[in-house]
Structure formats: C-alpha cells, structure tokens
Design a protein around this ligand. Structure first.
Ligand code: OOG
Ligand code: NI
Length: 490
C-alpha cells in the first residue's frame, strides 16, 4: 500500500472529534445550542478568525467503563488518534466507586492542532457495598460487547501497519468507534437489575446497564465562563448551581467548569422474565412487552481553561480548597451550604493566591513557554549575548528574568490540558439524578477514600503519563530553543 494514503494521526483525531460532536448534537440537541452560545461569546472575545476557528474545535468528552478489557481496548482506540493516558484521578474522595485517566495528545504541536481529550473512568468493584449489586453488575459487564468485530479487526490491522490506517480503513474505523460511544435507548439490563444497581449507586446503573459506553457529555471551551453561564440561564437551561474550580481571576489558572443538568431520558427495559442470550440481545421469540422507564446520564458542560500550575502552585490551590471546604462545613447552615456562600468563601480564601503573571512566574507557581520576542531586532539580541557572556550569573533565574525584563524573551503561560478531581466530582454529583439540588461533593463522601493508582495501571496494562513531567518538559524545551537562538546558556 502506498504510504501516502495513510491518514495522519492529527487529522484522524480531528475527524474523530468532529464526528463525535456531530453524533452528540444529533443525540442531544441542547448540546448544539450550548456550542452555539460558546461560539458567539468566543467570537466576541477573539480578534483573529484563525484563533476562533482553532478554539471552536476544542472539546473534551467523557465515558465510563466497566472492565479492564474495555479500558485496554479504549486505550488502543485512542492511541490511533494520538490520545494517550495522562494522569490519575481518584474519585473515591467524592464518594464515587471509580477512578480515571484522561486520554489526550501530549506534544505541543498536536495539542495546538486539536487538543481533544476524553475523561475516561473505570468502575472499582472493590468499592461496591452490596454483594448482590456487585455480582449482577459484573455479570452484565462480562456479557456485553461494546466493540464490534469490525472495530477489533481494524485495530489489529492498524497496529500491524505501524499504528496507522489508510483513508478507507479510517472511514470505517471512525464509524465503528462512534458506535461504541453512541446512545442506546433500550437497556441491556432488565428493570429489576437496573433498580438494584441504581440503589447501590446511580453511577453503577449507568456503567453496567447498557450496551455501549455512551458518551455522557462533550465540553466546548469558552473564553468567558461567567458570561457563557448567564447566556445558558437566559436560554432557560437548567444550569448547575455553581462554577467548579478556582474563583474568577485576572490570571486564570487550571480550569473552571459548569454544566446544564443531565436530562431525564426515556429507556425501554426488558422485563425480568425475558430470556437473554450471551450477547444480551433480546430473544426474537420473546413476546413480553418492554417496560418503560427513564435514565439520567447525559448533560452539557462548558469550561474555561487557564494556566497549568507547577506542583508548588497545585499545593497552594489544594490547600486553599481544603480551607474553603473546612469553612463551608463549619458555617452554621452546614447541611445545605448555599452556592453563593461557597463562592464568597472561595473568593476570600483565594485572595492569597498571586494574581499577576510576573509574580506567578517569579514564585514558580505556573508553567511557562519561553519565546524569543520577534519584535526585537538582532541588535538587541547581540547586546544580550554580550551581556550574558561578559557577566557571570550565578543564578539561572536572574538571567532569564533579565532577558524577560529587557523584552528579549517573552513568557507565555502554558494552558492546563488536564482535569481537577473535585471539579469532576462536582460535575458527576450534579448529574447523578438521585439528588435534585446539587450539593457539594464533600457532603456525600461516604466511601472509604483510597486511591489505587497501581490497580488502575494494572487494568490499563501500562503506566499513565505524569502531567507534570509533560508540562515541565514543554517549559524546558522552550528555554533550550531560546538559548540556542540567542547563542547563550540559560
Ligand atoms: C466525568 C466527569 C468529569 C470533567 O470535566 O471534570 C469530567 C463523568 O461524568 O463521567 O468530565
Ligand atoms: Ni467534563
């Protein structure tokens, strides 16, 4: 086969992301409205059309998986579109029997082309309390097949071709992948099984009762989440009561998210007397009527992304968040801390987090990409060179800081490409359906919280990448590029 006809990984990822978005728009029209709201707001904020175009591509999605086998297959699926497992998220801290990773591109250029991410959670059966629910869930999961034979075959083919697909293979591939993530309005579980699993945990029913790993939301990136949230309210969407993540700042860090709440959707359940074969398909001779019920899983989310913080910056964030939670718990309305009170406490506590790019850099709280300021002429560069070779700087940051000061190097904050476990938990909790008012995640912390990174990596069959290593690498390489161009050591 002519190697020219292989599809480039970044191109395939963009096709995949756009196809997922088209599928979800068809499935959940309200998501289409949300994308339009975000697009309008972004357009009013960005000067250049090309920037708007790239931003309008940016999305993340989320899927929930039940078994190691499913996780390993999803790993193979995403690998072909250049998305790799980054980070470990323990969701048991928020009372959810699951843990997660994020599949996303890792190198700068791919991220720039299309940073499509999928937050992927895996059930932790060890955290389920009811033995009945556990054994029904595991049996349903054992019998379901969410990936088609055609898809499994194409994965083998792609891997034997060096992890790539030809144009025509890629077309079939995208169609088959989408099927695995599409919605089924007829459950695989019968109504009794669904109720049993739901009473153990609503998330368990969502994970184990269906014949696909349905995408449960897609999230466009907005440049102003406060404005986007007002627009959502104006469009009469049922919006989550507060924005997750850090409070509004001059220098945005990490990410802020909000969503419209999960929709109550009609589901058909086979009655408990029905006979099912191993593939969980309804016996064609089965005449028992389907039972009508409903399920809440799918929602629409938006997010505003800020700068990636260093471990020091993250420690400060986590410490302040913990302080906020303590204060919220001890406020006298503790049973139902109202969202405005939390926002107020947030704002107060986060006053101590520096909100100035120079200050954030000098204190080593944020990752930066260093670039030669192109508007500077070569004369200045030569001056800089002279300065640097004639002086003996004992501290690297002094020299970098003076280059920045002189306007020779500019420091651009690196965008945070990952997630926040408590924000994720807040989004999960507000969409579980059993609870009308979306209380903060801390109030429903019922599980014995314990991360299990090792267990997750065993399930995945490989280690997850460390986001800090990736950000630090980007920062370091950008510095090295500057040093090479300027002909100095930094
Ligand atoms: C995933 C929730 C996490 C986010 O943006 O933090 C998430 C889920 O509900 O399955 O997507
Ligand atoms: Ni999300």
């Amino acid at each position: 086969i002519d190697s020219d006809c292989y599809v480039e990984e970044d191109v395939l990822r963009t096709t995949f992301a756009l196809s997922m978005s088209a599928m979800y728009t068809a499935e959940v029209p309200l998501y289409g409205d949300l994308v339009q709201i975000v697009r309008n707001i972004n357009q009013s904020k960005l000067p250049s059309a090309t920037e708007t175009e790239r931003l309008s591509l940016e999305r993340h999605g989320a899927i929930r998986l039940g078994t190691n086998q499913e996780l390993q297959t999803v790993h193979r699926i995403f690998n072909l579109v250049g998305m790799h497992p980054v980070g470990y998220y323990d969701l048991s801290v928020a009372g959810l029997p699951m843990h997660a990773t994020c599949f996303r591109p890792v190198d700068g250029l791919s991220l720039q082309k299309n940073p499509f991410r999928v937050f992927t959670t895996l059930l932790r059966p060890d955290l389920l309390r009811s033995d009945d629910a556990k054994s029904v869930a595991l049996s349903l999961l054992r019998h379901r097949r969410i990936f088609s034979d055609e898809l499994m075959r194409l994965l083998d083919v792609a891997e034997s071709q060096g992890n790539r697909l030809t144009k025509s293979q890629a077309e079939t591939y995208i169609i088959q992948v989408l099927r695995s993530f599409s919605w089924h309005s007829t459950a695989a579980a019968n109504y009794e099984q669904y109720q049993l699993l739901k009473s153990e945990h609503p998330i368990l029913a969502d994970i184990a009762c269906f014949r696909s790993a349905h995408i449960n939301h897609l999230t466009p990136r907005t440049l102003d989440i406060t404005e986007a949230q007002s627009a959502m309210l104006q469009a009469k969407m049922a919006v989550k009561s507060r924005i997750e993540g850090p409070p509004r700042r001059k220098c945005p860090i990490l990410l802020r998210q909000t969503s419209f709440l999960a929709l109550e959707e009609k589901i058909h359940f086979p009655s408990s007397s029905s006979f099912y074969d191993a593939t969980l398909l309804r016996d064609p001779n089965d005449a028992t009527p389907l039972i009508e019920g409903s399920h809440k899983a799918r929602f629409g989310e938006i997010e505003e992304r800020g700068a990636a913080v260093t471990p020091k910056g993250r420690q400060l964030y986590d410490r302040l968040l913990e302080l906020v939670m303590q204060k919220a718990r001890s406020s006298d309305t503790a049973a139902t801390v109202d969202p405005h009170t939390i926002d107020k406490i947030m704002e107060d506590c986060f006053q101590v987090y520096p909100d100035d790019w120079d200050e954030l850099r000098k204190q080593g709280l944020v990752y930066y990409e260093y670039r030669i300021n192109m508007s500077q002429n070569t004369m200045m560069r030569r001056n800089a060179q002279a300065t640097f070779t004639s002086n003996s700087f004992d501290c690297r940051s002094t020299s970098l800081e003076s280059l920045i000061c002189e306007g020779i190097i500019e420091a651009v904050p690196i965008t945070y490409e990952d997630f926040l476990p408590f924000s994720a938990a807040g989004i999960f909790q507000s969409n579980l359906g059993s609870n009308k008012n979306d209380k903060s995640a801390t109030e429903r912390n019922e599980l014995n919280a314990c991360p299990d990174l090792e267990g997750f990596e065993r399930a995945l069959g490989t280690q997850v990448l460390d986001p800090d290593v990736l950000y630090a690498g980007m920062q370091k390489r950008s510095l090295e590029r500057c040093a090479t161009v300027l002909g100095i050591r930094i």
